[in-house]
Write a protein of this length. Sequence first.
Length: 281
Amino acid sequence: MITVGRYNLRWQTLLTIVVLTLLCLIWVYPFLWMVSASLKTQSEVFSSGLNLIPQDPQWHNYQRAWVDAQFSRYMINTVLITVGTVILTIVSTSLAGYVLGRYRFMGRRPIMAVLAGTIFIPAGYTIIPTVDLANKLGLLNSLWGVILVLAGTGNVIHILLFSAYFSSLPKELEEAAVLDGAGFLTVFFRVMLPLSGPVIATVTILKFLGSWNNFFVPLVFTFSRPDLRTLSVGMFAFVGENETDWTGMAAAATISLIPVIIIFFVMQRRFVEGIAGAVKQ
């Protein structure tokens, strides 16, 4: 009976590995096809079918995307916008999550309910008043305008993650700091925030992805300033009046995905810890 059990377990493990490998290949195939298309000619993209190996790799497609399509400039704009957005988002959402998670005050539950309800409001519904306000403040057609809009919207999930994490920490940490004469900001920035590393990593990845790939807000805020375009908006450079440069677009998309992949692999362990900790609460 023991031998049969081990035999069945071995087959189940093997079957699981095969199924997961097939699912992984199906999931990764579009990315591999994009990388392959970036090294093909325009005609080969449509004639090669599902074949991923280019006949004669066209490395100059990356030069066209980086130099001719000005993706080097778009990369700088995207990095500045993303870094600024992530920093402002972490500071604002961690403070809001700390107050909602650690303090009990009148109106706390209605505030949480309103925040949760805003998740279901489409971003496009608020773009008109947002643009009008930015125009009055002189932030339209500027990188700061894009940063402030991206950092100030769509952060409900991040606030709830911080709130759930901070509510799980022992109160003795704050009490000991207060006895030593620490104020609110000192307790937060020197005691509580350093302990929330997993949630910071989670919020960083989520906001990084959202800001890096955001198309709508940068398009509206840089419409009359092509030099301020981001990578996602810059993809328009490959769409002509009569044809589309698919190989150049594939090369540009590959370039824009490389930082995303690097960031995720560097912070994936912290990301999983943050999600697991928030779900556990």
